[in-house]
Design a protein around this ligand. Structure first.
Ligand code: 5BU
Length: 267
């Protein structure tokens, strides 16, 4: 059903997680369903990229553990630019351990992810306690607690990955049990199959003019994933930060993904 509904309409459907509602409104207001993956190696590059593409994105995705000099300066800088440019921050940490350990990985250590990432993701191969553990840690660490949300890794973009069939189905089952904390999925197609499902699907493995990277990554176009597969947000890394003019490239991806969305909902 969500395939023909607008982001704006979906923001106020029942059982939509608070972060999802906020994000859907932000997407509609800025007219962008683009998330840039900032896979750079220094704080300077990260903040510069955030400034450059900030107006064109709804979300910035990070891998904090690849930033050489990650620290308080990174966190403060990110928060400041995200507030100024109105985007959310998603740390692509891919938690995948027992509940007790992921709570520590989420809140402690040099990264203190819970302090600055609005959105995180997790595998459910350790079992569903990973969801409750992360939810509890967010609740205890952040006030108000509603500003943190989880994406379940239901499918991956890489060739030969094992996240298919009943594994993916089980991700949806677990998400439906936790609609307050689970905002949606990382997947290659929409997984909203039952009436009432309003999960947000974010899709990596998007690049215009490339089919792969020689290391297993597989690319689709914005039109394929948003228009045909019915997903909500494209995640683009090298396609944007690898360009000479990153601002212009982000705009190009934003326009293509937004048109694909408008075409799909019949706007
Ligand atoms: P790229 O440069 O657009 O290929 O980067 C894609 C990013 O998305 C990169 O940070 C990956 O770690 C991330 N990613 C992915 O490519 N595929 C997946 O299935 C998942 C994450 Br989950």
């Amino acid at each position: 059903a969500t395939i023909t509904q607008s982001y704006q309409e979906r923001a106020s459907l029942p059982k939509t997680s608070p972060v999802a509602s906020y994000l859907l409104r932000l997407i509609a207001a800025k007219q962008t369903n683009l998330c840039v993956s900032a896979d750079v190696s220094t704080t300077r590059e990260l903040l510069q990229l955030a400034e450059e593409v900030g107006d064109s994105i709804c979300m910035l995705k990070t891998h904090a553990d690849i930033i050489n000099d990650f620290g308080p300066r990174t966190i403060e800088g990110l928060k400041e630019i995200a507030a100024k440019k109105h985007f959310l921050v998603f740390e692509d940490r891919k938690f995948g351990d027992i509940g007790s350990t992921v709570q520590k990985q989420f809140t402690a250590g040099p990264l203190q992810i819970v302090r600055w990432a609005n959105i995180i993701n997790a595998h459910i191969f350790p079992g569903p306690a990973i969801i409750t553990a992360l939810s509890q840690a967010a609740h205890d660490a952040v006030k108000p607690p509603l500003l943190r949300s989880l994406l379940i890794l239901a499918e991956m973009s890489s060739a030969g990955n094992l996240m298919t069939g009943s594994y993916t189905e089980q991700c949806v089952v677990e998400a439906r049990k936790n609609p307050e904390f689970v905002m949606g999925f990382i997947a290659q197609r929409t997984l909203n199959e039952q009436p009432g499902d309003n999960f947000i699907t974010m899709t990596p493995g998007v690049q215009i003019g490339a089919t792969g990277d020689g290391l297993g990554q597989q690319y689709n176009t914005p039109e394929k994933v948003i228009g045909e597969a019915g997903t909500d947000i494209i995640i683009v890394g090298r396609g944007v930060y690898g360009a000479q003019d990153k601002r212009a490239k982000a705009e190009e991806y934003r326009v293509r993904a937004w048109k694909a969305y408008e075409g799909r909902i019949g706007a």
